[in-house]
Design a binder for this molecule. Sequence first.
Ligand code: 26Y
Length: 817
Amino acid sequence: AWTKNEFSGFKNKDDFEREVVRHVETTLARSLYNCDQSAAYSASSLAFRDRLIKDWNKTQQRQTFADQKRIYYLSLEFLMGRALDNAMLNLGFKDVAKEGLAELGFQIEDIIGQEHDAALGNGGLGRLAACFLDSMATLNFSAWGYGLRYRYGIFKQEIIDGYQVEVPDYWLDFNPWEFPRHDVTVDIQFYGNVRKGENENGKTVSIWEGGETVTAVAYDVPTPGYDTPSTNNLRLWSSKAASGEFDFQKFNSGDYESSVADQQRAETISAVLYPNDNLDRGKELRVKQQYFWVAASLYDIVRRFKKSGRSWNEFPDQVAIQLNDTHPTLAIVELQRILVDVEGLEWDEAWSIFGYTNHTVLPEALEKWPVGLIEHLLPRHLQIIYDINLFFLQSVESQFPGDSDLLTRVSIIEESQPKMVRMAYLAVVGSHKVNGVAELHSDLIKTTIFKDFVTIFGEDKFTNVTNGVTPRRWLHQANPRLSELIASKVGGNEYLKDLTLLNKLELFVDDKEFRKEWAEIKYANKVRLAKYIKSTLNINVNPAALFDVQVKRIHEYKRQQLNIYGVIHRYLTLKAMGPEERKKQQPRVSIFGGKAAPGYWMAKQIIHLINNVGSVVNKDPDIGDLLKVIFLEDYNVSKAEMIIPASDLSEHISTAGTEASGTSNMKFVLNGGLIIGTCDGANIEITREIGQENIFLFGVLSEDVEDLRHAHASKEQHVIDPALTKVFEAIQGGMFGNPQDFNAMISAVRDHGDFYLVSDDFQSYIDTHSSVDEAYRNQEEWVSMCIRSVARMGFFSSDRCINEYAEGIWNIEPLAV
Ligand code: 26Y
């Protein structure tokens, strides 16, 4: 273990205070009398940042000196959330900061609350990347994250008259956590053409010339590990116009406007995060983003490798690159181009450099690019893709002679109109390992989208690494009181680095006093959320009610519609009861949150229905505290940190087989909440770990989904569940506003085959919610279930995941500090 003076920190609260005051007066040029919360946030961040920089520099020096293999984690999304709270906890000086800020007249929560989330991601995939950075630093791996520095992160969501409205998220006004490296730039080429010619050594190679150039500028973000001086680097690329002669010519010839327009066009590349999750729209700008980022990152990686003076055959011993989904797949092609065209090496396959993580089986989320688009934008890369495909198909042909159907099925080029490049196939062919993110998901990719590739490459190429979450942010930071209570029973904070130590909690399940404290903390977290609901929506919710939460991106496959239909069913049931019977019912608050992709019309209708149901139910005097329906605006990482600890029950109710893993399910259980869920993604492994008596599972199994869908499709109109029919009748009778608004939602179930099986699962969903009510009534037993669950959640730390990647995919050891 580390003692605090082995890495940078503050001597005491006075030391911290002095630094804050210094930054207020000098860096911010303000007087202390004019120091508001925002200035106190800025100065505190700068004070912590100074400490972080020291550890960061030392870590980078140590890694350079050790000159061992590094991991490069390529992700188009890093959903980091706030940095100050995290830096204070990972460095271990939050208590000092708290006291210091108090002396200056501030509450630390208010100061932390000033920070704008770094929201460079959509949802699960981006947040996973952020948890991985935390774990890689904590475990002392030499690791770099590479991403894009979007000027606009995921949009801010406003709810106006029940509808989602998107507002741009301009987040860079004051960002103390990034360091521009104006000296670290890479020129990236687009368009142009290819000819054969000689390289420096007189060797005949392909030469890609002409076209346009955009410059990538590095911005570095330090990512500190917990209780270690290791601080890794996240490098984000920003685009700007290349200062080539071309611009000067225009400028000098008086064409000032078009020179500025060129500049803007270049800056557009890193301007905005695409807000779709699990839906590929095939936009040219998106593929430009991908190549820009991948080419800059590879240039950087190769430059670092060459500085070590090693020969190319050592490259695979020095470099492991993990592809977070198919978004960085062009890296495979770009590396081949560098080796063959630039370095003049022979075409050599089978290098174990790339690993590919798949996050979805949904066909609409699998990236495909028109061949013509790639040819125009990246002419040399298309040739290389054709070469990779040719070698691959030749080897398949020799392995399975005469099977032309197989060749068509697995070809990286889809022979459609227009022809398409299948990025997932390219990623599989170009990687030495392919992993899914939960057991069921990893099995499914082997039997569905990559079935033929298992036949060709064998089972061993395909593996599973079940997702995990960092307990630092998702327990220690989000739920400090629970974290402290746990620490007092399991031998201190060590469990934050070895989450399996949570199992010691089982000894205290029957401890009355412990259970009481546990329940008090949950209650306090609910009170805090209730206050937030009051202050933002002006709705009173009773903290003693059961808080039932579903927060995640809005998507038909995640089935928020099932949830809201269940809520309507509950409302109708309560309305039909007499006053005496009503009194016996379990009061509930149904809480929703999440963004819909701006172009996803159906998801926006779902948001609208949830809000309309809320506005009817919440003011119905018959109902009072028995049922409240809340839609929380602009769900993001920092709100998750408040919402998750306040949940009694959370919903993870995707159609079986559609949610690759889910990660919030893990966070909710880790914070002492129970789950209602389908047999999908990581819910299955959570069940295995915590015991099926501690989770509320319902619904059809993934192996039955296909048959059910077929059965629906073969009927004109399929017979829907009677309780759901009543719900539909209420909506169509106008109980929740203009029924026309919801025709499409209802018709998806009734007339279009109910693809997500809402009707099939409705009855078991309702019944399972009744079991929840019953279980909740026995509070002693409920709390026991929660404690037992937490005790058994050790498996779901992202530390465990990173160790599995390190051993099974990256072949890398941590760097002794
Ligand atoms: C192609 C492009 C539009 C695209 C952009 C973002 C496609 C997919 C995504 C994001 C996918 C995503 O967030 N997937 C989620 O990844 C989590 C981490 O592995 C899983 O837990 C979760 O089940 C999965 O939906």
